[in-house]
Design a protein around this ligand. Structure first.
Ligand code: EPU
Length: 293
């Protein structure tokens, strides 16, 4: 089947995703689309569907391990779906808006709980899909609606509440989120929200390699009181290296690309960590990062 010219343009535009992931790893997709509106995003989803082209969504690339070879199919980057505005329903933020920028402005915008999300990279869309957060606050605590394009290419506007989300999970894993709406409230005054922002950021700076090339925490914390970082550390794996990838000496649930790591280096190190933790503690670690292969 002959593909429409939009695919030719998207093929020419496609650059290696190593420039668009925080790990700095990732090959060139067959097609790269960057819709500037929800309408355009809907058209693209329908176009890809009609022509049998698989599609993946790229937000900030901060929780993503992408194969260094070719990435098959189309990648839809959300970075042009920006804008943070106060609407009647709450604060509406485009999927491609910077999540750190939203967290920074959370207090003046009236969504203080997001102040506790300081130090989390990526875009609003990625933060919604993954229910980003930590012990100082999560997306689920503030979100009231999600807008997007469903698998058939049709737009949706879905009211949501905290119980629709789980630990690093949401009902939006298989759709294209274009915007999210957050509840405005005034339960924290500005100085208190500022203090929360600082506290969450300082807590992370103290223990996480925030400046390094990484994809954040690699594994989910297992059920119960166990922490993946603590288990990996206790298995003696800090500093363990495969090629250009190594287990952070600061926080063992981070793998850093500190020397031109390839996706194979990352995968091999992930496997070693899993095997060692299972041998030592009988715990099977589950990936938190998304893998594109
Ligand atoms: N620990 C170690 N060694 C390490 C790392 C941690 O012994 O190398 C111990 C700590 O001392 C602490 C326990 O493990 O007693 C938990 O560590 P931490 O407080 O750093 O929290 P975490 O459970 O490892 C979670 C999230 C982070 C989030 C922080 C702060 C997961 C997988 N990780 O980390 O999220 O920033 O809490 O709220 O849920 C991410 O999702 O990418 C991420 C970084």
């Amino acid at each position: 089947m002959v593909l429409p010219s939009a695919f030719d343009e998207a093929h020419d535009r496609a650059e290696a995703l190593e420039r668009r992931t925080t790990l700095g790893i990732g090959g060139r997709p067959d097609y790269l689309f960057e819709p500037a509106s929800a309408e355009e995003a809907g058209l693209l989803v329908r176009l890809c569907r009609r022509h049998g082209v698989g599609l993946r969504i790229l937000g900030g690339g901060s929780n993503l391990l992408v194969d260094a070879d070719r990435v098959a199919g189309a990648v839809v980057a959300t970075r042009r779906l920006t804008g943070i505005e106060i609407a009647s329903e709450g604060v509406r933020a485009g999927a491609g808006a910077s999540f750190p920028a939203l967290a920074r402005r959370a207090a003046p915008l009236g969504i203080p709980v997001l102040s506790g999300c300081s130090g989390i990279p990526g875009t609003v869309g990625g933060a919604v899909v993954m229910n980003a957060g930590g012990r100082f606050g999560t997306v689920a605590e503030a979100i009231v609606a999600v807008e997007g394009i469903d698998a058939d290419g049709l737009p949706f506007h879905q009211p949501v509440s905290e119980r629709d989300f789980g630990y690093r999970s949401s009902p939006f894993a298989d759709v294209l989120v274009t915007a999210a709406v957050f509840r405005r409230e005034a339960s924290l005054d500005r100085p208190a929200a500022e203090a929360l922002f600082r506290q969450a950021l300082d807590a992370k700076r103290g223990v996480q390699p925030l400046g390094a090339r990484s994809a954040g925490c690699i594994f989910k914390n297992p059920n119960g009181p166990l922490s993946a970082g603590r288990l990996i550390d206790a298995a003696g794996l800090k500093g363990q290296r495969v090629g250009g990838a190594s287990v952070s000496t600061r926080h063992a649930n981070f793998i850093v690309n500190d020397g031109g790591a390839t996706s194979d280096d990352m995968r091999a190190l992930i496997l070693q960590i899993r095997q060692s933790v299972e041998q030592a503690f009988g715990v099977e670690l589950e990936l938190e990062v998304r893998v594109w292969s």
